[in-house]
Write a protein that binds this ligand. Structure first.
Ligand code: HEM
Length: 127
């Protein structure tokens, strides 16, 4: 299989898992009335389902985005940083202040992974 097809499938499978997690947390919040978790829900939905779904679509539409070391670094940086960021955000909401440095670092590394994607889009489309 082409690299872009493999990458597209990987991003979409992960996106679908985040979609499930987001709606389950949404249903939990709605049913329990405990809406404290809405920042986790919203970020899982938008950085997980929506953004990863768009990464999947982008690497499938423009295979050059999935090639080379930068694409691999972007994939792994994003997929390690986002779950750490979501768990530490949940920890902060639960009142565990010790997770705050982890939340800070994982927020920055998630943002770096997004910037790598943006750099790829700006420099590789049309190659
Ligand atoms: C079954 C599906 C879903 C359920 C049951 C659900 C439920 C909820 C609930 C209970 C809240 C808290 C509302 C409040 O602050 O009073 C919320 C907030 C939010 N949800 Fe969902 N949600 C669902 C799907 C989604 C999806 C698919 C997205 C985005 C792609 C999304 C994005 C957001 C955002 C951005 C907020 C924060 C809004 C704000 O506080 O202004 N949700 N959701």
């Amino acid at each position: 299989m082409e690299t872009s097809t493999v990458a597209g499938h990987a991003w979409m499978r992960l996106a679908a898992c985040y979609f499930a997690a987001a709606v389950l947390l949404g249903v939990y919040m709605g049913a329990s009335g405990d809406i404290r978790w809405y920042p986790v829900h919203a970020h899982i939905a938008l950085l997980g389902w929506v953004s990863m779904g768009l990464f999947s679509w982008a690497v499938s539409a423009w295979p050059s985005l999935s090639e080379g070391r930068m694409a691999k670094v972007q994939f792994w940086l994003y997929n390690v940083s986002l779950p750490v960021m979501m768990l530490s955000l949940a920890g902060k909401i639960a009142g565990i202040t010790a997770v705050e440095p982890v939340l800070g670092i994982s927020s920055v590394t998630t943002a770096l992974a997004v910037l790598l994607f943006v750099y790829g889009v700006l420099t590789r489309l049309g190659r």
